[in-house]
Design a protein around this ligand. Sequence first.
Ligand code: SAM
Length: 405
Amino acid sequence: NTSGIPVTTHPRWIRINTLKTTLEDQLATTFKDYTRAAEVSEVQKRGGKKIFLDAHVPNLIAVPPSADLTKSAAYTSGALIFQDKASCFPAYLLDPLAEDGDVIDSCAAPGNKTTHLASILASHSPAVDIADPSTLAELPQRIHAFEKDKVRATTLAKMVALAGSEGMTKIHAATDFLKADPESPQFAKVGALLLDPSCSGSGIVGRDDMPELHLPSEAKGGPAAGGKPGGKGAKGKGKGKDKPAEDEKPSSQKRKRDSEEEEKVEVLLDDDGVPTAITSAQDLQARLAALAAFQLTLLLHAMRFPGARKITYSTCSEHNEENEGVVLAALGSEVARERGWRVLRRDEQVGGMKRWDVRGVEGPEGEYEKISEGCIRANKGDGEGTMGFFVCPFVRDGEGGDVEA
Ligand code: SAM
């Protein structure tokens, strides 16, 4: 760096878990010695006690990456959740309201978005009093959290318990979301679904910025914390809450970023954890095509729930194929056309997301032009301090399938 501009790093984003505490309480206690930063750039340098209050997502703060909060009472009690800003977009954008009924989180572990959903649902209910956790269990709405991987489901259960959302969350452990029957009476009240499937993970920020699964050590539960037990394919690089589980992917090959050469080298791991470099553009294209097919299958399944009115689809990938490409394919499907699913326009989106200017790409041939404004992107390294991320909100205002109270 010869420019004289200080090297910036990824800030430590922290979601205030409003099931356990409030932003005001945290500012007065855990962060009482911190001074307010006016810009996110001020917390993108190591050192100092500065705190930035995010302008888009409520109850989200950022501190310098050097601030060690892992031993703070607030963190170990689940009042603070380490979660990248962009990873907070899906639950906030889904904005499940009381009239939306139950919510499905289809790909839930380790549970960052599940617990965020719980916090939002509770915030919409005047009956909830965080000083009395029994009021949470009495909420009429439920979150159905699916996780196919048994070990990761254990981590999910621990995170949900630590975050105080156990009473309102039904965990479908070691259960494939694709096996959930949309017509089953247990899902009759489902009005909103959050889809955050496994992806290439190309938007994940390097190893130092994303501690393992963002759980206090006592809640990690052994090998689940690192993803796959035995550590195959999970050698501590590119770890993050959105790091895909290594064994649920549609292809037998497992891909990760080489953190030393993050922008240049793509690494595939085979079933034995042996790295195989992607040597050609065709290899990468084949990998992306397999992932996109898997992601589209999940999205179309979500669109089949009869009472569903809202869906968010998200990835931590920077590749169009997994993002706008999947959205466009879903909109062209029979189920989307029959049921009237469409992309929620920017002007219809929840306040903070409406103000977020980084939108979907239009594509080299302009193929995504019609949907790009409704889609949301975050680009790593663009000064906003986020990981690379994509989210698209879908809404359905067609006939039938109303959620009953
Ligand atoms: N939403 C999570 C969070 O914010 O903490 C991260 C989800 S991670 C990107 C994807 C997860 O989906 C993995 O844990 C994976 O095991 C799970 N998964 C993949 N396919 C699934 C399926 N068909 N049904 C349920 N879970 C699935």
